[in-house]
Design a protein. Structure first.
Length: 95
């Protein structure tokens, strides 16, 4: 590699927004898939159970990508529940 290529590579790495995300665990991938499937099938109980499982997982693995998945799952769950089961949505709005 010449000096120009090396400088370009260093500059591009400097532009990255923080650390690269860690590898996703099989358990987290399974929970992500469960969230998606529960949304597609309208399975509110599975969605809610998976959110609670994500909360427990985040407590033992406090990483940004896990928190992101948790917030995204809860956000979608609240919106879906407001239309279908408003009383269930209230519990999640308070968190």
């Amino acid at each position: 590699m010449n000096k120009g290529t090396t400088m370009l590579a260093v500059f591009l790495l400097w532009l990255l927004p923080g650390p690269l995300p860690a590898e996703t665990s099989p358990r987290l991938t399974r929970m992500q898939n469960q969230i998606y499937q529960s949304f597609v099938n309208g399975d509110i109980p599975l969605w809610e159970r998976t959110i609670f499982e994500l909360e427990r997982y985040y407590q033992s693995h406090p990483r940004e990508e896990v928190l992101y998945d948790l917030i995204l799952a809860r956000y979608g769950f609240i919106a879906f529940s407001l239309e279908n089961e408003p009383s269930i949505a209230r519990n999640h709005l308070d968190k």
